[in-house]
Design a protein around this ligand. Structure first.
Ligand code: C2O
Length: 587
C-alpha cells in the first residue's frame, strides 16, 4: 500500500511566510501574529537577586503577579478544569515549577544496563542570577534546513562547534557543559526546590517545548558569539519532509566537529528515518508511514493544546504526567533511531543523559521546535482549535541557563512563546504532510469489527503490554460526536525504550503500515532515569476524523488494537476508555 501520491498532494506549499522582519531598526519587529501570549508580559527591568536557594526566596519577584493569575484561574476560569478537580488540593495549591537549585544538584543516574553508572552533570554554581530579558531583535537568525545548507554555512557551523569544544572544561559554554544541561534536567540530578525528592523533569509534560526552546536559544547564541556572527542560526533536521529523511550529510563526515561515532551504523545515509519504529524495510512505505505520523500528531490526533504540548506539570506533582503527541511521536523516534545499539544505553541520542553530546541533537530539536511554531502559527485553526495554554502555572514556570556571556539567567515559559520575538525563525519548506489524511476504509472496517470476538476492555485491563492485544471499547455516545480515546494510568519503566501504536477497527495484518485511517496514534518514550523507576502517565487521541473515515459513528463499540514496538514488558496500561471531547472554543 506504499504509494506517495494518494491520498493527497505530496508537496503542498507551506502557508505564506510571515511578514519579513526589517533588520535595520533596533526596535522590536512588527509582524501579524496573535498577541494573546503577552497578556502577562510586563517588561521587567533586569532583576538581580542573590541566589540563596535554600530559603526559597530566589523567585520572589514574580510571585505577586503569579498569585493574581492563580486566583483568576481558580475562580474565574475554573470551568476549564471543572469543579471536581478544584476540590483537589494539588491544583488549589498549585504553583509553577521553579528553577532548580544548582548548589543542590546531585548525580544523575542511568540504569539501563542494570548496573549503576553515576554521572556528574551539574553545572558550575554562581552567586548571581539575573532575570533574563529578551534583547531587542536587531538581526533575525533564520534556521536553515540541514539538507540545504551551503558549504560556507557548514564551514562556519563546524568552526563554531569546534570552538565550543575547545573552551575550558569549566566554562559553562563548553560543549560538554552544554550537553550536561540536558543530563541534569532530564536524568534526576535536580529535585523540585522545597519538594523533597520529587524530581524536576522537563520531558513528558507541557514543559517539553518551552524548555528545549530556551536550551537551543542560548546554545545558538553561544555558537554565534564564538564565531562573531550575531545572525548565526542552528540548522534543522527536516525529517518531516522526504527530502530530509536521512541523517543530514554534514553530521556524518568523520573529520567534522559535527561528527559523533556513537550512532546506529545501520542508519547512516541513505537509510530513511523510521518515525514509526515499525521496522518496515521498504523505504517508500517508511516515507509514507512518516507522513501519516506527521499528519496524525500535528493535526488529526489532538483536541486541545495539551494533547499536542503535553499534560500539566506543576510544583509538588509527580514528573512525567504525560507527553504530547509531538514529543512522544516523531521526537522520540528520531532519538531512538540515531542512538547506537552498540552502546550500553543507546548513547548518545538514545538516552536523555547523553543526548546533548551528539551535535545532531540540537539539529533534531530545531525541527522539533519548528513543529511548535508551525502548530502555533500555520496550521488551519479549524483543525487545531485551541492552540494556547493560558494557565499561569505553565506561563510562569522557569528554568536557569548560562547565556552567551557566561551569565546565569532565569527564564520563564511566557517569554518563549513567540519565536520571532526571540529573534529566530525557520526557512520555509514544503509541508507534504499537511493534507496527508489517510484514505477511508469503511466497508472493510465494518467486517473486521463485526467478526471480532475480542473481549471487552473492562475485563482485560490493567494489562502489561508485551504482545499485541485487541479489545472492544464502548463509545461515549452513538452518532456523530467528537470523541477521544484515553489510555490512562500508563505505568512505564522510564529507563526503557517503549512504544505502543494504537489502531481502531484495524485489519489483522499489515501492522507495519501506518498510512491507513485506522491508525489513531502512539505512546513512546526516550529512556531516562527518574527517582522512581515507574511513572504514571496518560495520553488522549482524538477520534473525530477516524470515525468519519471508518464509518463507525453509529456503532456502540469499537475494536482497539495496541501494538507494542519494543521488546518485553516495561509498560502497563491501567485502563482504556472513550470519552466525549470537552468543548474547546477557538479564540
Ligand atoms: Cu530533552 Cu529530545 O530531548
Amino acid at each position: 500500500m506504499a504509494s506517495l501520491s494518494p491520498p493527497c498532494t505530496l508537496f503542498t506549499t507551506a502557508a505564506a511566510a510571515p511578514t519579513a522582519v526589517s533588520s535595520n531598526s533596533s526596535s522590536q519587529p512588527r509582524f501579524a501574529k496573535p498577541s494573546y501570549f503577552f497578556t502577562h508580559a510586563k517588561t521587567s527591568p533586569s532583576f538581580r537577586v542573590s541566589c540563596n536557594a535554600r530559603n526559597g526566596e530566589q523567585n520572589m519577584k514574580d510571585d505577586s503577579e503569579g498569585k493574581v493569575d492563580r486566583r483568576n484561574m481558580l475562580f474565574g476560569l475554573g470551568g476549564l478544569y471543572g469543579a471536581a478537580n478544584l476540590a483537589s488540593n494539588q491544583l488549589a495549591m498549585a504553583e509553577p515549577i521553579k528553577p532548580p537549585e544548582l548548589d543542590r544538584c546531585g548525580t544523575a543516574t542511568n540504569l539501563n544496563t542494570g548496573e549503576k553508572l553515576d554521572i556528574n552533570c551539574c553545572p558550575p554554581t554562581t552567586q548571581r542570577i539575573i532575570d533574563y530579558r529578551l534583547p531587542p531583535v536587531r538581526y533575525m537568525r533564520t534556521r536553515p534546513s540541514a539538507h540545504r545548507v551551503t558549504p560556507e554555512y557548514i564551514f562556519k557551523y563546524n568552526m563554531a562547534i569546534d570552538r565550543m569544544k575547545r573552551l575550558p572544561a569549566e566554562d559553562p559554554r563548553n560543549f560538554m557543559q552544554q550537553a550536561n544541561i540536558h543530563c541534569a534536567y532530564c536524568n534526576g540530578a535536580y529535585d523540585q526546590p522545597g519538594q523533597g525528592t520529587l524530581d524536576l523533569q522537563v520531558h513528558n509534560s507541557w514543559l517539553f517545548f518551552p524548555f528545549h526552546r530556551w536550551y537551543l536559544y542560548f546554545y545558538e547564541r553561544i555558537l554565534g558569539k564564538l564565531i562573531g556572527d550575531p545572525t548565526f542560526a542552528l540548522p534543522f533536521w527536516n525529517w518531516d519532509n522526504p527530502k530530509g529523511m536521512t541523517m543530514p550529510p554534514m553530521f556524518v563526515d568523520p573529520k567534522s566537529a559535527l561528527y559523533d561515532e556513537k550512532r546506529n551504523q545501520s542508519n547512516l545515509p541513505p537509510a530513511v528515518i523510521d518515525l514509526g519504529m515499525t521496522g518496515n524495510t521498504d523505504p517508500l512505505q517508511v516515507v509514507t508511514n512518516n507522513l501519516t505520523i506527521m499528519y496524525t500528531e500535528m493535526i488529526r490526533g489532538n483536541q486541545t493544546a495539551e494533547d499536542f504540548m503535553g499534560n500539566p506539570y506543576r510544583e509538588g506533582t509527580e514528573p512525567n504526567p504525560g507527553p504530547g503527541a509531538s514529543e512522544r511521536g516523531s521526537h522520540t523516534a528520531a532519538h531512538v533511531w540515531v542512538g547506537d545499539p552498540r552502546q550500553p544505553s543507546s548513547e548518545n541520542l538514545g538516552n536523555f543523559y547523553s543526548a546533548g553530546r551528539d551535535p545532531l541533537f540540537y539539529c533534531h530539536h530545531a525541527n522539533v521546535d519548528r513543529m511548535w511554531t508551525l502548530w502555533q502559527y500555520f496550521l488551519p485553526s479549524n483543525k487545531v482549535p485551541d492552540k494556547k495554554i493560558t494557565d499561569p502555572d505553565f506561563l510562569n514556570a522557569a528554568f536557569l541557563f548560562y547565556d552567551e556571556n557566561k551569565q546565569l539567567v532565569r527564564v520563564t515559559v511566557k517569554d518563549c512563546l513567540d519565536n520571532l520575538r526571540m529573534g529566530f525563525d525557520y526557512e520555509r519548506i514544503d509541508l507534504p504532510w499537511l493534507d496527508y489524511r489517510p484514505p477511508p476504509q469503511t466497508a472493510r472496517a465494518r467486517v473486521i469489527k463485526t467478526t471480532s470476538d475480542a473481549p471487552l476492555a473492562s475485563t482485560v485491563f490493567p494489562v502489561t503490554l508485551d504482545k499485541i492485544i485487541r479489545v472492544q471499547v464502548p463509545k461515549a455516545k452513538k452518532g456523530k460526536a467528537d470523541e477521544l480515546l484515553v489510555l490512562e494510568n500508563i505505568e512505564v519503566d522510564t529507563t526503557k525504550f517503549l512504544k505502543v501504536d494504537v489502531f481502531v477497527n484495524d485489519e489483522d495484518d499489515n501492522i507495519n503500515e501506518l498510512d491507513k485511517a485506522s491508525y489513531a496514534g502512539t505512546y513512546a518514550q526516550v529512556p531516562h532515569k527518574t527517582n522512581k523507576k515507574a511513572n504514571k502517565t496518560s495520553i488522549r487521541l482524538k477520534l473525530t476524523d477516524l470515525y468519519d473515515d471508518m464509518d463507525i459513528e453509529d456503532d456502540d463499540t469499537v475494536l482497539v488494537t495496541l501494538v507494542p514496538r519494543h521488546q518485553g514488558g516495561g509498560i502497563t496500561i491501567g485502563g482504556i476508555k472513550i470519552i466525549e471531547a470537552p468543548d474547546t472554543k477557538s479564540s
